[in-house]
Design a protein around this ligand. Structure first.
Ligand code: ATR
Length: 485
């Protein structure tokens, strides 16, 4: 209860309602639960969640009902009881004291196939508030959940998807039509997928999300580490746009895109591993997509999805900056890695006439990429590394080696810098990798990955909104995300 008071003091300003989960209290503290409605002006929901519903109440059912019956007249505004509960005395006590009943379904393993019918028949009397907290496990499940929102559009209800696949349904409560969204203090993790009130309100501007709000996001797997939501939402806020940008965990590109169309989503950043998988879904691909052979940005147009690729420009912008504002010509360059990011880098370098050596752990991937762009390749072994000396005006590191938490890893520990190389690492966490600091120590000019992250994101922002990302905001983002260290 003391921790509850602290949370209330710190986060109460963000909340419109509180939920007291009495199942989380220690047994000796249970009587004190009655005090909470008296210490706040906010309406309080009373809930004692059973283990089978994702809670921690493991006592006898009769005890739970008796406890709730004692508490409910003490000023609680809502009582959350389950679909299968039969407790007429508790319910009539709640109703007679003006406490509204939330009638809930919890599915901690999936999305019930009959969710629409169950929601429609959930309320036992007209004033009850139906609630379903379900767990989409895939993009296909998310699509069914979004379809459910549309099927029960006119109904007042609480509906949400738990876990990472369902995250968007929480932030979009005001757009999709859910009475509330649950949030908990950092570290509490009261349910899978909760975000804390500050992030919800300050980053996602939850209270501004309404039916008209345009939705954007990044589809990827994994995606939870992405910096893009912070960058884009900060831009939307600075320009006061009625828009929100979300991280979307997508396990299957076509399934996810169908779910996105239902929300509907206006624009998507595309990241690992979907940059090629979305190509068949595009109605229009611009020259950047065709040149790179991958798409990292798509928006809904009048005739379907339109795609572009901002990675190549995002890579070249900071490179030009490092070469005094002009495009370096005829560089001899090494690219480490042969994945999606390397593809945009090689395309960009070839477009400015560079001679490129691609080095990759799996030599076949390197030779495929190299053949496509008419450049040369090797494996990432001693023989390959020894070839770098012939291609060292610029070295670009595009693999995940050196990324947190493996900060000390170096993609080419056997290579000695001459000090004349320009070294560009696309990894942005940490902001300065071990590879880059080794290069800087040897006297090389270095370009941290945060610069490309930001440059490609700002180009996406303009593609999505038709507006320039506000310069001052970008400079701040650059300082805080890209260059610290
Ligand atoms: P991205 O879109 O970020 O480029 P990707 O397409 O999955 O991601 O490509 C990852 C690249 O990092 C590949 O070149 C991969 O090498 P393989 O082709 O051999 O898989 C490279 N990579 C990933 N982990 C690596 C490691 N531990 N050592 C060396 N290269 C690695």
């Amino acid at each position: 209860m003391e921790r509850n008071r602290e949370i209330l003091a710190e986060y109460g300003g963000y909340a419109d309602l509180l939920e007291l989960r009495v199942d989380c209290l220690r047994a000796e503290e249970r009587p004190a639960a009655a005090e909470l409605p008296g210490v706040t002006k906010l309406p309080v929901i009373l809930a004692a969640r059973r283990v089978s519903d994702g809670g921690v109440w493991d006592g006898a059912e009769s005890e739970r009902i008796a406890y709730l019956t004692r508490l409910v007249p003490r000023g609680f505004a809502y009582l959350d009881v389950e679909e299968d509960l039969y407790a007429p005395a508790l319910e009539s006590k709640a109703r007679s004291g003006g406490c509204r009943i939330i009638r809930s379904i919890h599915d901690t393993v999936g999305v019930p196939t009959d969710l629409v019918q169950r929601l429609e028949s959930l309320a036992r009397v007209p004033d009850e508030l139906p609630k379903a907290a379900v767990t989409p496990r895939s993009s296909a499940d998310l699509r069914r959940l979004i379809a459910t929102f549309h099927s029960v559009q006119g109904m007042e209800k609480i509906l949400l998807g738990m876990g990472e696949h369902g995250f968007c349904t929480r932030v979009l409560a005001g757009k999709l039509g859910s009475f509330l969204c649950y949030s908990s203090a950092p570290g509490l993790n009261a349910a899978p997928g909760h975000t804390d009130p500050r992030t919800l309100c300050d980053v996602y501007r939850f209270k501004n999300v309404r039916q008209s709000t345009e939705v954007f996001g990044v589809m990827g797997n994994p995606v939870s580490h992405s910096m893009s939501p912070r960058i884009h939402n900060t831009g939307f806020a600075a320009l006061d746009l009625d828009a929100v940008y979300l991280p979307f965990l997508a396990d299957d590109a076509p399934e996810f895109v169908r779910a996105a169309e239902l929300i509907p989503v206006r624009g998507l950043s595309v990241t690992i591993p979907h940059k090629r998988a979305v190509l068949p879904l595009l109605s229009i691909s611009d020259s950047a997509v065709r040149h790179v052979g991958a798409c990292n940005t798509m928006k809904a147009g009048p005739h379907g999805w339109e795609g572009t690729n901002t990675d190549m420009e995002g890579f070249l912008g900071p490179l030009r900056h490092a070469f005094g504002g002009t495009t370096p010509q005829r560089l001899r360059a090494t690219v480490i890695g042969a994945g999606g990011a390397a593809r945009a880098v090689v395309a960009g370098l070839v477009s400015c006439g560079a001679d490129v050596l691609v080095l990759n752990r799996t030599p076949e991937h390197a030779s495929e990429l190299a053949a496509e762009f008419g450049v040369t390749s090797s494996g990432l072994d001693d023989a390959g590394v020894s070839r770098i000396t012939g291609y060292r005006d610029l070295i670009v590191q595009t693999t995940s080696v050196g990324m947190e938490p493996n900060d000390s890893d170096d993609p080419v520990p056997g290579y000695e810098f001459s000090g004349r190389e320009v070294v560009y690492d696309l990894v942005y966490k940490p902001p300065v990798t071990a590879f880059l600091s080794r290069a800087a120590l040897a006297g090389c000019r270095t370009i941290p990955g945060g610069r490309m992250l930001l440059a490609q994101a700002l180009a996406q922002f303009t593609y999505f909104t038709g507006r320039e990302y506000p310069r001052e905001t970008a400079q701040k983002a650059m300082l805080s995300h890209a260059d610290n260290g």
